[in-house]
Design a protein around this ligand. Sequence first.
Ligand code: GAL
Length: 468
Amino acid sequence: MRIKNLLTLNLFCFFVLVGTLRAQNKYNAIHSGVVLFDQHNKEVNAHGACIVKEGSKYYLFGEYKSDTANVFVGFSCYSSTDLMNWEFERIVLPVQHDGLLGPNRVGERVKVMKCPTTGEFVMYMHTDNKGYKDPNIGYATCKTINGNYKFQGALLHEGNPIRKWDMGTFQDTDGKGYLLIHHGVIYELSSDYKSATRMVDSNKKGGEAPAIFKSKGVYYWLSSNLTGWERNDNMYMTATSLEGPWTFRGLFAPKGTLTWNSQSTFVLPIVGKKDTTFMYMGDRWSHPRQGSTATYVWQPFTIEGDSISLPDFKQSWKINPSTGKGAIVSLEGQIIENTDKVIHFSGDWQHSSATDESHDSRSDIKGASFSLTFTGTQIGLYSSARPDGGYARVVIRDRKGRIVISSAIDMYCKYPETSLKFLSPKLRKGSYTLTVTVLGESWWWVDKHNGKTGSTGDFISINKVVVR
Ligand code: GAL
């Protein structure tokens, strides 16, 4: 009996160890604009997200999107110790039988806060019908951070539901919780976080996707313009009190970069012993393939006085959670240019002879592909993503032809960028084949004025590949 127990314990420890190693080894940086893979090599599907630190772990909550319809499928939870490698925990709130989050409804912008007076975790979200004509703020509760949340219905203010859409949350240093609403409205929450007690501010500035953070006594309020899933130049306001007055401060990313092709959702303070880094979290939406191809733009804010900025796009960087210090990570490896003979093109491709960084081979013919065989542990694909970019299918096969990774990626960028578009998780050292195929589809959306937005083509591109 004892031996059996010991064996079980050893086996348990072995699997925990293997699981930990496997999860820790996938990435060595925070990568923006590429699909991330979890411990099962599945896309990290958590959009309009927030991150909450509990104990030594970070928990990422987001919209678990589908690739087939713009409806609520559930809110997901992932955990990480380093903000680079994410493990899927569970769907913490699934579709309900009926009501605000029942079938064929919309559920967005999930935010979670731990209530200091009750110790409970309270989740907030925007609920709506498919046409976005029945907005409500809903809430759910759970005793544990990553457990099954119980949907409680509409959050009330003076007994009435809050019939608004884009929302966020902010927890101040004194433990008070706030609900943020589009166009600058702030509600203070009751001490149990289960109702809104007071409208703190209602100045009609700012736009959608609100997020607030506080640094050295200054509150920063981020929001985006009204372009639906399409990206735009996001802006910010500052104040020394949540009650205002709020001062409009303009853009925080260079004009025209459309917030480095993203829309704000949350700011995570990473408070270390030496420094605090505020991580901007934005969404690079990708309707209709939101579940598999929409990516995250997570960038450290530069703060000078009371001005914030994201002056450049940090493709890969990391943060030491214990010191709070960030550092750039360079993706070194063997570089293979698009013109290299080891890359085999099939179908029609245009090879550009541009001498600048954006040179590439591109195609919009459905089924056209390129492939190469490589030996190593990781492969990254750089492409020139433009306003006419489309979806590609990326498949990595091992020597026996077994599929190790299969993922769709999006090469649409309204603000053109030549950047990393795909990065495999770290693989067991070996020989693999990468194949990238034109899907002949692209990003689109109907904006709030019923105009079609999105890509003007289906192009996919290869600029270069890095093998590590
Ligand atoms: C955005 C909003 C998203 C989503 C989208 C739908 O403006 O920020 O959360 O609702 O519109 O068009």
